[in-house]
Each structure stands twice: as C-alpha cells, then as structure tokens.
Design a protein around this ligand. Structure first.
Ligand code: IPD
Length: 269
C-alpha cells in the first residue's frame, strides 16, 4: 500500500543520516579526490559518488519499486517507479565547500509521489543540523516548527543566491547581482542551494533566488521553505524550475520577482 508523506520522510531521514555520516567520514579520512564535470570548477568528489551509490543500494533494498533521480548517476538508477514514488537525491550539495572543508554542505533527499514532492530532508553533514518537511505538515528543525521571516521591505532584506558553473552563466548572474545589490540589505552566497532554502525557512536569510538549479539542488529545500511559509515560484506565475527559483515571504515575493524579471534574471546562457 502507498506510504504516507510521514512514512516516506522517516525513510528519507534514516537514509540521509547514513549518507551524511559516510560523506563526513570520507572527508575526515581524506578520501575525497575530485574530478571535474561540466567545467573545471564543477567538481565531483569520490564522496559524492560513494554516497549516491550507498543511497541507491539502500533504497533498492527498502523500496525496490521506487525510482531515484540522483545528481551523479542521473535518472532511473533504480526501479521503474511502479510505486509512483521517485526519490530525488543530491548526495553532497555544496561540493566546493566540501572540498575546502567549509561547514556548509548537505545531503538533500526528497520523495515525490506522482510528480509532487511530499517529503524532504536536508542534513548539514558537518554540523548535523537537519531540516525536514512534509506537504501540509510543516517544516521542522530540532523539534521546532519553522516560520520564515516577516520582512516586508525588499530594501531591508538579506537575500541569498548562488551561481552556476559555466562562465557565461556566471557572467550573466553577476550582472543581475550588480543591479540587485543596491536595492537589498545585502547578499549571501554561501554555496549550497538546499541549505540556502532551509535558512530562508527559519528567517536566517529573508529570501533566496537562483537560476539554473537542477531538481536535486532544490526539491527537498523548496518543500522546507514552502512549508515554513515562503512563497516558492518562478517568473510570471510559472513554477520554480531551472529558469529561476524564487523563495520569499509573501510580502517580498512580488518586489523581488519584479526586480528579477526587469533584470532578465532567467535569461542568458
Ligand atoms: C551547487 C550549489 C550552489 C549553487 C549551484 C549548485 P553542487 O550544487 O547548490 O550553491 O549555486 O547552482 O550547482 O554542485 O554543490 O551539488
């Protein structure tokens, strides 16, 4: 029978904890040699691959009918989703931080049922901080229900963002940022999209936006953000997606959206 979002979350939490332990241990042991992916700065570590393998193996045992979309091995790495459940995994979000030992990287795991994300967990693998959410069930950390910021003035807002790896995209993102920064309190670029969304969920930043995210970067974090009261969407009423993800408290969404639209934040390469 179909699992509830709470039951899927319980699996996700167990799997993400083991995954975070493996990633943490591999780094401590120095087993994290990197190779490059799309560009010389887009790295994959041995830990990314080992963690994804571990999660695929665990889910294949626990949930053989489900499918898995993962950052390193791609889609359909497991079953055929005969169950309607698809897991969306970023084994290490914030790979560059991982490489440098900056304590801002996470395992991100979401469960989608018939195309809708219903449960998600993001776990910082250095600090053990863990954010969870189920659809309609709220966003939580350490037993506390999370609420986003109540800021209403974009000029007072601390806005997180991130950049892709391709030079052309980065140049466009930098131009957008140069025009946005005079109109906000400040910008944070901390290096892990999943965690940025979780920080927004508890008002440690007011809002977040980024172009070019893949599903694994944002699936779990976007649910955490939405369940904490942020509005999560794309441009022109479209859903959040690779063109743009905007997560902002309702009063900030329209002003941030309109600025980003004016600046063609979803454009460029
Ligand atoms: C990256 C991080 C980064 C964001 C990039 C992502 P990765 O994910 O989330 O903060 O700006 O767009 O690709 O490569 O570290 O898993």
């Amino acid at each position: 029978s179909a699992l509830t979002p709470q039951e899927l979350l319980k699996i996700a939490i167990d799997v993400a904890r083991d995954a975070a332990d493996t990633a943490y241990r591999m780094r401590a042991e120095g087993v994290f040699v990197a190779a490059t992916k799309t560009t010389v700065t887009d790295v994959v570590t041995a830990a990314d691959r080992a963690v994804e393998r571990q999660v695929l193996d665990t889910l294949a045992t626990l949930r053989p009918e489900d499918s898995v979309l993962g950052e390193e091995y791609g889609g359909d790495a497991a079953g055929e989703a005969g169950s309607g459940v698809r897991w969306i995994l970023d084994p290490i979000d914030g790979t560059v931080n991982y490489l440098y030992g900056l304590p801002y990287c996470a395992v991100s795991l979401a469960a989608e049922v018939d195309g809708e994300v219903v449960a998600g967990v993001v776990r910082n693998l250095f600090t053990g901080e863990e954010w969870t959410a189920t659809v309609g069930g709220g966003a939580w950390r350490a037993g506390e229900r999370l609420r986003c910021s109540t800021e209403t003035d974009l000029g007072q807002a601390l806005v997180a963002t991130g950049f892709g790896y391709a030079p052309g995209r980065r140049a466009h993102q930098a131009r957008v940022l140069a025009e946005l920064i005079p109109h906000v309190r400040d910008i944070r670029r901390q290096g892990a999209a999943a965690l940025d969304l979780c920080l927004a969920a508890e008002g440690r930043v007011d809002a977040y936006y980024e172009k070019g995210l893949a599903a694994w970067d944002q699936a779990a974090g976007a649910l955490v953000a939405a369940e904490a009261g942020l509005r999560v969407g794309g441009l022109g009423g479209r859903p959040a997606g690779p063109d743009l993800v905007i997560a902002a408290p309702s009063a900030l969404f329209a002003p941030l959206h309109d600025r980003l639209a004016d600046l063609d934040a979803s454009g460029g390469p």
